[in-house]
Design a binder for this molecule. Structure first.
Ligand SMILES: Nc1ncnc2c1ncn2[C@@H]1O[C@H](COP(=O)(O)OP(=O)(O)OP(=O)(O)O)[C@@H](O)[C@H]1O
Ligand SMILES: [Mg+2]
Length: 272
């Protein structure tokens, strides 16, 4: 899925523009992170990309479909799945397999294929055997993964996670990240929304948002060492990048700006 946005404008009410002249181009088949601080407009942007909010101006083209057209909306409904920060609003049935089946019925998947799809989707999110579980009895992390299973069963190829790990404890987060990693290896297009710069370190591509705008896009190596940009966006500067600039300030130059602690360790070991 390639997604190109040009000159997007959006406002919830007349005096408060939320997106102003937003332009970007998300590559197909990649893991893209939308990074920005609290309230800068990330969720709004996602809703615009998904055709859930109408723009006041500008265009979004997804795989050559203009999403303001009927065909474009149809394409989005067929190919895009989203997991929100709080998945509770996402379930329609109390029992997990019934909930997944509801989506399959809507997508007109035959009854004979449904059981296999449900089992396979639950396996992929490490919830094997959870078919009959009441969703209200699942933990937060299990609910997030159950929501992903609902999308996987539909075999949608673009998955969007809007701060889907932010309410989880470290164990829940680790399991979710593992699920997302597994999905990456299957070459799906994944868009992950986060306020946490560390979540962007191993992305293929980053859209960096400041209030109302996408202020930069590119690979982690292109975006993250630019601390002026990170400061403008108001997001954290990762520890290894801070150390790189502190050392530089002291006259100690590492070969490359490290993005991870491991890179930093190796760069320091390689100093003469
Ligand atoms: N339904 C709405 N009506 C009016 N204003 C809204 C509505 N939803 C969001 N906003 C405002 O739009 C701005 C952007 O909100 P949005 O939820 O897109 O930010 P965000 O980057 O996703 O924030 P967070 O990191 O906290 O999830 C905020 O100022 C918010 O108060
Ligand atoms: Mg949000």
């Amino acid at each position: 899925m390639a997604c190109i946005a040009s000159e997007l404008y959006f406002q919830y009410n007349k005096n408060q523009p939320i997106l102003e002249n937003v332009n970007f181009s998300i590559p197909a088949g990649k893991y893209t992170v939308i990074l920005g601080k609290n309230g800068c407009g990330k969720s709004t942007l996602i809703k615009v990309i998904m055709g859930l909010l109408p723009v006041s101006d500008g265009k979004v083209i997804v795989n050559n479909f203009d999403i303001s057209t009927q065909k474009g909306i149809f394409y989005l409904r067929k190919h895009f799945g989203i997991v929100f920060q709080n998945p509770d609003n996402q379930f329609v049935s109390p029992v997990l397999e019934d909930d997944i089946r509801f989506g399959l019925d809507n997508h007109k998947i035959s009854k004979s294929e449904q059981a296999a799809r449900i089992e396979d989707a639950l396996n992929q999110v490490y919830l094997q055997g959870f078919e009959k579980r009441n969703i209200a009895t699942l933990s937060g992390g299990q609910k997030q993964r159950a929501a992903i299973a609902g999308i996987l069963a539909l075999e949608e190829d673009v998955l969007i996670f809007d701060e889907a790990t932010s309410m989880l404890d470290p164990d829940g987060k680790t399991k979710m990240i593992q699920c997302i990693k597994d999905l990456r290896s299957k070459k799906r297009s994944i868009i992950m929304v986060t306020q946490n710069t560390e979540d962007a370190v191993d992305a293929d591509y980053i859209l960096l948002m400041a209030e109302h705008q996408v202020i930069a896009e590119g690979t982690p190596k292109e975006i993250l060492p630019n601390i002026a940009l990170l400061k403008k966006a108001g997001v954290q500067i990762p520890f290894p990048i801070k150390v790189y600039y502190d050392l530089k300030h002291q006259g100690i130059a590492l070969n490359n700006c490290p993005l991870t602690n491991q890179d930093l360790f190796e760069a320091i070991c390689n100093l003469n």
